[in-house]
Ligand binder design. Structure first.
Ligand code: DX5
Ligand code: ZN
Length: 225
């Protein structure tokens, strides 16, 4: 299994975002998770496409290899803003199916602009929509907290949902990433991987510590032990 660790810059120092991204990439992370909140779909407000395009040149390793920007839209409406994030250099855009009127259309619109696409499921959101669109997806993101804030506790029912999503991915025969977001720490990441996740968002666990490398390494060690 090739695991990915995706630090959420929601927990970074906003006065030094470019450096924070460089540092977390130097620490060995795989993706940059970019949490977009609109004070409407969720009760918080973060950053938009202009910040994404400003950060894009920083999202690369010291050797110059691009590090994917994983945009998580917690906004309503979705379609126009998703297009702006494609323009801003997003590599993957995920949205919540309950935030749009026409899930299939929104998926097609993002893919039609040459970007990878994911669907995000809140803790109490059923997975039924996957019956009809799973073959179109690049990623499925299971929320293990309610969206809107970093630093919340992991909701255990997410483990059952991850198991169910893994079953559906396997049955689809498609190459789809299974990402989990919220409350991921060194001491629970292995449990989440055992349930079937392969991609892990971590905000406060990484940016809340002075030494990013030691956290990312401890997460990888937990995943491979
Ligand atoms: C919550 C965000 C998460 C958040 C995770 O709405 O989607 O990505 O940053 O933060 P931690 O890892 O602190 O729970
Ligand atoms: Zn997120």
């Amino acid at each position: 299994m090739s695991y990915r660790i995706a630090p959420s810059i929601l927990a970074a120092d906003f006065a030094r975002l470019g450096d924070e991204i460089k540092n977390v990439i130097a620490a060995g992370c795989d993706w940059i998770h970019f949490d977009v909140m609109d004070n409407h779909y969720v009760p918080n407000l973060t950053f938009g496409p202009m910040i994404c395009s400003a950060l894009k040149p920083h999202a690369k390793t010291a050797a110059g290899v691009a590090v994917p920007i994983d945009v998580h839209l917690m906004v309503q409406p979705v379609d126009a803003l998703a297009g702006a994030f494609v323009e801003a250099g997003a590599d993957l855009i995920s949205f919540h199916p309950d935030a749009v009127s026409h899930v299939h259309r929104s998926i097609q619109a993002i893919q039609g602009q040459g970007c990878k696409v994911g669907l995000v499921f809140n803790p109490a959101q059923p997975l039924d929509v996957l019956d009809w669109v799973i073959e179109d997806l690049d990623l499925i993101l299971v929320m293990s907290v309610n969206p809107g804030f970093g630093g919340q506790g992991f909701i255990d029912s997410a483990l059952r949902k991850i198991e169910e999503v893994r079953r559906r991915i396997t049955a689809s025969g498609k190459d789809i990433r299974l990402e989990v977001d919220g409350g991921i720490k060194v001491d629970n990441i292995r449990r989440v991987a055992d349930a079937g996740a392969d991609t892990f968002v971590a905000g406060s666990a990484i940016f809340g510590k002075p030494d990013y490398r030691s956290v990312v390494s401890a997460m990888r060690a937990a995943l491979t032990s």
